[in-house]
Design a protein around this ligand. Structure first.
Ligand code: PRP
Ligand code: URA
Length: 212
């Protein structure tokens, strides 16, 4: 992208390149697609948690007392339904004490604007770091709306984790929410006339759940 966004964290790791290439292939079936989404989410999730704050506390090993370093703030994982669900298990492996909130959005096929149909967040969400999960960042409409929900409920620290993004979506998110960090597996060329990412991978929700 011509504009340099300091809060865009674009992954550049051979394992992520390899797994995203397999994810894109049209012959990859739903079972393998789910497995790959899980593995990629784990790898991007590792980077997305790199700057989480720590606090020190005394611990005792079998050998001697020492200082332990523990996560200072709890996390709320927020998958955007449906496709974001495919990233939850991997993130819970990294952050087993997290709560999970769900935001249900689908893109109206005519307008491509997000339509809300479900939202359930933990009551203490505003005390947590929210990590929004969605494999695809196309126009950015869904991500912008999901982040707006979280901000309306008082959340102040928000990260967005996507596997594939279009420049249009990245721009839209940073225009609406310049305080959010985006962790992106791959930045693609752009969108087609139906707001699908090119080269992309097609419809992530349909490929995950076999509803093609
Ligand atoms: C997909 C994807 C994102 C959204 C991205 O969901 O999982 O949520 O599109 O597009 P945008 O950036 O233009 O908003 P979709 O609406 O297809 O719903 P689904 O996950 O239920 O299939
Ligand atoms: N949603 C998807 O699942 N794929 C795209 O390319 C765009 C939006």
């Amino acid at each position: 992208m011509s504009v340099n966004y300091p809060r865009l964290h674009l992954m550049d790791h051979p394992l992520i390149h390899h797994k995203i290439s397999m994810l894109r292939m049209q012959e990859t079936n739903s079972k393998d697609f789910r497995q790959l989404v899980n593995e990629i989410a784990l790898l991007i999730g590792y980077e997305a948690t790199r700057d989480l704050e720590l606090h020190d506390a005394p611990i005792v090993t079998p050998m001697m007392p020492t200082t332990g370093h523990f996560l200072a703030k709890n996390v709320c994982l927020v998958p955007v339904l449906r496709a974001g669900l495919g990233m939850v298990d991997a993130m819970l492996e990294l952050l087993p004490a997290s709560r999970v909130g769900h935001i249900g959005l689908y893109r109206d096929p005519v307008t491509t604007r997000p339509v809300e149909y479900y939202c359930k967040l933990p009551p203490d969400v505003k005390e947590r770091v929210a990590i929004v999960l969605d494999p695809m960042l196309a126009t950015g409409g869904s991500a912008v709306a999901a982040i707006e929900f979280l901000k309306k409920r008082g959340v102040t620290r928000i990260k967005l984790v996507n596997i594939i993004g279009a420049p249009e979506g990245v721009k839209a998110v940073f225009e609406a929410h310049p305080d959010v960090d985006i962790y992106l597996g791959a930045l693609d060329e752009g969108l087609n006339d139906h707001a699908y990412i090119l080269p992309g991978l097609g419809d992530a929700g349909d490929r995950l759940f076999g509803t093609l």
